[in-house]
Design a protein around this ligand. Structure first.
Ligand code: FPP
Length: 255
């Protein structure tokens, strides 16, 4: 953990000034849509998978930074339910990344008290991917530092549809009256329910959309977009996002 105020030297490329973060007001839960791996690779005349490989290293960097800043949870969009449409070799490569990531970094993550989690549909995910992730979840389940929540084969509309289906079943079976369905109840069916909603969403690569990510949970989240491709995303960029978040007035519909 750093001091309450941390003055960072290598910062915001435009202003070239340090940003000062108030460590007593960091967001508890940050969600990230890691985008731009393919374009990063293309720009360098490399195959797309080179971008994913580099992106994996950036995951490690940002996890470390989030932990240093005292953030409670980081949810990272690693693979969406729509990503199956990609060429098979690319899908296979991405599905091997969690294993590669954990083989390389799990000892350090354990050392840093990180708790690994997964959210998404397990059906369809290769067994070697699940094995690696389940092992990491098991081995870190008693850690009480940063929660590193990988969204893998995750789609928000699917998540909401599943919630509605479960509630409908409760009504059908006579356990619940439709007029008793409320927001809290629906929220409790979301896969990230016990982490709380993200206060900040970061999306890299210049795309300004949510791409079926945590649609329920992001209702009041501050959104932060950057043109930087994920493999180029640095700790300084992450700090800039936190800094901007700290300078926004969150009113939740109030005044
Ligand atoms: C989006 O870039 C990236 C992905 C769909 C894969 C994300 C995966 C990683 C960053 C590595 C994950 C690491 C672990 C540990 C699971 P894109 O391919 O859509 O880029 P493009 O829009 O430029 O084509």
């Amino acid at each position: 953990m750093l001091n309450k105020f941390t003055n960072l030297t290598k910062m915001n490329k435009e202003s070239n000034q340090g940003v000062q973060l108030d460590l007593s007001r960091v967001p508890k839960h940050v969600a990230i849509i890691m985008d731009g791996n393919g374009r990063w690779a293309k720009k360098r005349g490399l195959p797309r998978i080179a971008g994913h490989r580099e992106g994996m290293k950036v995951v490690r960097k940002i996890v470390r930074r989030a932990n240093q800043l005292g953030i409670n949870a980081l949810t990272m969009y690693a693979f969406s339910t729509e990503n199956w449409k990609r060429p098979k070799p690319e899908v296979e490569f991405i599905m091997k990344l969690p294993e590669q990531f954990l083989v390389t970094y799990l000892p350090e993550l354990i050392e840093e008290n990180v708790q690994v989690r997964i959210m998404g549909e397990e059906e369809g995910v290769p067994s070697y991917t699940l094995k690696a992730v389940h092992e990491a979840v098991e081995r870190t389940k008693h850690n009480d530092g940063l929660i590193l929540n990988f969204a893998l084969n995750y789609g928000s509309r699917y998540e909401i549809t599943s919630a509605v289906r479960k509630l409908a079943l409760e009504v059908e079976q006579g356990n619940l009256r439709s007029e008793d369905v409320n927001e809290k109840m629906i929220g409790s069916y979301m896969m990230s329910n016990d982490i709380g909603d993200p206060e900040l969403l970061i999306r890299t690569s210049g795309e300004i959309r949510l791409s079926n990510f945590m649609l329920w949970q992001l209702a009041y989240t501050e959104l932060w977009f950057t043109d930087v491709y994920w493999p180029d995303f640095s700790e300084a960029d992450f700090d800039s996002a936190i800094h901007d978040y700290q300078n926004r007035g969150r009113r939740f519909g109030g005044v």
